[in-house]
Design a protein around this ligand. Structure first.
Ligand code: PHE
Length: 366
């Protein structure tokens, strides 16, 4: 079962407001959950230092879902029934957020996903929000970059058929790339957790693509990159935000060098607000540079805290209505205005993997 983290948190009482968080702190997407948790913790620390909300301190109840959607759903039920949280932050992986949203919506408890990009997540109902862009835009960004910047004509796709995120992004990329005059030579699939991708890569190689789009998560993408190079596939690999992890460079090594992916944020941003966030985050996390998950976790928590301040009380309907009003909120991963479908409309960045890290290439706006 999902395990509670940070056992030192005080219990719910009249003097505290309890927020819920569900994240992958272990398993195949562990760096996503850990970065998000660190970003949320920084935002909550700052808010408490500034006096808390409505005269009360904020505490966060965190559950580890082990990178599994079923566990994420269970954790939401526990947060609502046992911990009596006023709102829920999470998840990163769209499949987990979809499972959570179902429960949060039914219970009337507002939920904000920092970083799930699959459109269906917020379609679960009026209580479900996100502070990031959605995949119809993200898929367009890489299709456009592949066509216009990399000048690719023929691209193959390798998707994770266990991930709502990967399936959705594949669909959009294929459509947009074709619309821009490119040709999709092959679409192959794998299942999260697989370790041998040679059959799919061999089939892809036969179609002689000039690039391969791999919209999966870092745990699999790193290995896919190595096996692709072993099989003599030298063309650039391209992906989405799911690549964003230090672990990608570890797993992919030199095989992932020269690849590109779309993302929400780049730590290279010279904006003062971003620089301050990076410095504060590093100070709290042994010098670690915040990735997009950390930035979006921080932003989601700050949007939640702002809504709690603005709401007349902390009931579900009041908090929900306050979140829905979020407009021009200054996030570190871009300004946040929530549209009628409870999604944020923001720019994306394209990053290149170079010398074992990701470097900023360009920004693409909606
Ligand atoms: N967008 C991904 C999903 O919906 C999650 C993700 C976001 C991963 C940002 C890394 C960085 O599943």
């Amino acid at each position: 079962p999902a395990t509670a983290q940070g056992g030192g948190a005080p219990p719910a009482g009249d003097d505290v407001i309890v927020l819920g968080e569900v994240g992958a702190l272990t398993g195949g997407q562990a760096t996503f959950g850990i970065s998000t948790r660190n970003g949320i913790a920084l935002a909550v620390k700052e808010a408490n230092a500034a006096g808390g909300v409505k005269g009360k301190k904020l505490v966060v109840r965190v559950y580890d879902d082990q990178s599994k959607p079923e566990e994420a759903a269970q954790a939401v039920t526990r947060l609502i029934t046992q911990d009596k949280v006023v709102l829920i932050l999470g998840e990163v992986a769209s499949s987990s957020s979809l499972a959570m949203a179902e429960k949060a919506q039914a219970a009337g408890v507002p939920m904000i996903t920092p970083s799930s990009t699959n459109p269906s997540v917020t379609e679960k109902g009026e209580n479900i929000f996100r502070v990031c862009f959605i995949d119809p835009f993200q898929g367009f960004v890489m299709a456009k970059f592949a066509r216009e910047n990399l000048k690719l004509n023929k691209v193959a796709v390798l998707q994770d058929n266990k991930s709502a995120y990967s399936i959705g992004l594949t669909e959009v990329f294929r459509q947009k790339f074709a619309e821009l005059g490119g040709k999709i030579t092959a679409t192959e699939s794998y299942s999260q957790g697989d370790t041998d991708y040679r059959a799919q890569l061999t089939a892809i190689k036969k179609t002689q693509p000039e690039g391969i789009y791999v919209p999966g998560y870092y745990s699999e993408v790193g290995i896919i990159a190595r096996q692709a190079r072993e099989l003599g596939l030298k063309v650039p690999l391209m992906g989405g935000d799911g690549w964003d992890s230090e672990k990608l460079f570890e797993l992919g090594g030199s095989a992932i060098e020269g690849s590109y992916f779309s993302n929400h944020y780049s730590p290279d941003n010279p904006d003062e607000r971003v620089k301050k966030f990076i410095a504060d985050y590093k100070a709290d996390n042994n010098g670690a540079v915040p990735d997009a998950l950390a930035a979006l976790g921080y932003d989601a928590a700050r949007v939640a805290i702002e809504a709690l301040k603005n709401a007349p009380d902390t009931s579900g309907p009041a908090v929900r209505a306050a979140i829905a009003k979020t407009k021009d909120f200054p996030g570190v991963a871009g300004n946040i205005t929530l549209d009628a479908k409870r999604n944020a409309v923001k720019s994306a960045v394209v990053l290149k993997v170079q010398d074992g890290k990701s470097t900023y290439v360009t920004t693409i706006s909606p």
